[in-house]
Design a protein around this ligand. Structure first.
Ligand code: NAD
Ligand code: PPY
Length: 353
């Protein structure tokens, strides 16, 4: 736990509920550009320290995402460490967990705004909103922007096209795209890539999603083969930490472009991908479509057209990241962090004193 507590972020809230055996973490990484925002992830963790650590790393990714996307918000994230798999929790237990989480958010009084993430939906945001106003992504019927997944996928698809051109693959037509995780975002990324003529190879751990994939005519590989199956573009759309230094040294792909937050397990993985000539689209650039959807609609009053235009702009931001990477001989991950810092400094300079 010591390492976890030696963290440079701004705030950690923790709470435990003995009745359900659930632990709650909210971490605010940075408030420099505005109130912090980031989704609520519900999952099981080996230890409470793992949950706290995950919340911190996800919150830091939100800070970078907001800054590089020129959005006026800071970075935060919530992790709910569940006592059992989400699907096995009865409704009463889940609603108690959400009510406690909403109380925690409300106590922060707007310092942190939540939204949907892995294992939380717009319907769950509606339940949180019974207790706290600091919630993005409520259902459209309840006045929210609804799910951000389709727009996240639209942004990942823009990033995929830009990356393919950048690394010499050209158009996606005929290119092998391996999508790991056919959930709300990955399923849509796969569909968009297939519509662009890509040859889809997919994996998931849920049987029904694989049946759907087979009906679409896509090849299915076992989950453990995701990082060893040759492809042109590897698209991690399940969980983070998929590429560590060992996998980076062996990955049989030309490019990596996905939706998952924190795809790289550590910074050295990014450097190894670069040494091997594998083009990596940093996740906090590629998956910002969800933030454009939620913050754009619910904070900035953007129209659908503006959200779509800003999401298309992910390709331009990524092109700048590739330029900085090449000009400085650094990984694209490091380059994207530099661009995020530059944009944050410019935004802070523009805030009236
Ligand atoms: P989701 O839960 O709908 O989908 C995840 C999918 O991955 C599921 O189908 C699940 O069965 C599958 N999966 C889990 N473990 C796997 C494994 N080992 N191998 C293969 N498949 C596996 O989540 P989502 O909303 O689609 O989000 C996907 C990722 O994108 C997450 O990491 C999330 O944090 C990130 N993200 C999502 C958004 C958004 O708007 N939803 C925005 C930014 C980032
Ligand atoms: C993410 O993009 O990873 C999220 O957590 C989604 C989000 C984006 C902006 C505000 C709240 C949630």
């Amino acid at each position: 736990m010591d390492d976890v507590l030696r963290w440079d972020g701004e705030l950690t809230l923790i709470r435990h509920d003995s009745l359900t055996g659930t632990s709650f973490v909210i971490r605010v990484d940075s408030l420099q550009l505005g109130q912090a925002a980031g989704g609520t992830r519900a999952a099981q963790y080996e230890s409470f320290a793992d949950a706290v650590d995950e919340a911190g790393r996800l919150a830091a990714a939100m800070t970078l995402k907001m800054a590089v996307s020129n959005l006026p918000m800071g970075g935060g994230k919530s992790v709910i460490a569940l006592p059992a798999p989400r699907r096995s929790l009865d409704e009463t237990t889940w609603h108690r967990i959400l009510a406690l989480h909403a109380e925690n958010i409300d106590k922060l009084n707007g310092t942190y705004w939540t939204g949907p993430d892995v294992n939380t939906t717009s319907a769950d945001m509606d339940i949180l909103n019974r207790t706290t106003e600091f919630v993005f992504g409520r259902s459209i019927e309840r006045g929210g922007a609804g799910s951000s997944a389709d727009n996240t996928a639209a942004g990942v698809f823009e990033a995929m096209k830009t990356t393919a051109h950048h690394c010499g693959l050209g158009d996606l037509a005929g290119r092998a795209v391996l999508v790991q995780g056919l959930g709300a975002v990955g399923g849509r990324v796969a569909t968009l890539a297939a519509e662009a003529g890509a040859v889809l190879v997919v994996c998931d751990v849920v049987t029904e999603r694989l049946e759907w994939a087979r009906q679409c005519g896509w090849s299915v590989v076992p989950p453990e083969a995701a990082v060893s199956t040759p492809c042109d573009i590897f698209s991690p759309c399940a969980l983070g930490g998929v590429i560590d230094r060992t996998i980076a040294a062996q990955l049989p792909a030309t490019a990596v472009v996905g939706a998952a937050n924190n795809i790289l397990a550590d910074e050295s993985a990014g450097a190894i991908l670069r040494e091997r000539g594998i083009a990596y689209a940093p996740d906090f650039v590629a998956n910002a479509g969800g933030a454009f959807h939620l913050v754009g609609h619910e904070v900035l009053g953007w129209s659908d057209e503006t959200v779509a235009g800003r999401t298309k702009g992910i390709g331009d931001t990524l092109a700048q990241v590739f330029s900085i990477s090449e000009a400085n001989g650094i990984s694209t991950d490091s380059a994207a962090r530099i661009l995020a810092r530059q944009r944050a400094e410019a935004a802070r300079g523009a805030i009236p004193a």
